[in-house]
Design a protein. Structure first.
Length: 76
């Protein structure tokens, strides 16, 4: 099973924002990331880089504000 760790790229640095991401769904306001266990977050971001060998995805913020998370949902 391939699960990814997702990072936000900022000023040449990467900040980890989510682990064990199984699905990424594009939405009109950004990207909806969902973990294998059902945790979901919607980010105002686009995909900058996908590294399948190391199971990592780097997102690039669509806005310059400090909050890229649009919603932070917990599903049962």
């Amino acid at each position: 099973m391939c699960l990814a760790t997702v990072y936000i790229g900022k000023n040449g640095e990467k900040e980890e924002v989510m682990q064990d991401v199984a699905w990424i769904k594009p939405e009109s306001t950004g990207l909806h990331l969902i973990t294998f266990m059902g945790e979901s977050k919607l980010f105002k971001a686009e995909i900058k880089d996908i590294d399948l060998v190391n199971s990592s995805i780097v997102l690039e913020p669509l806005t310059t504000d400090s909050s890229q998370i649009v919603s932070d949902d917990q599903q049962d």
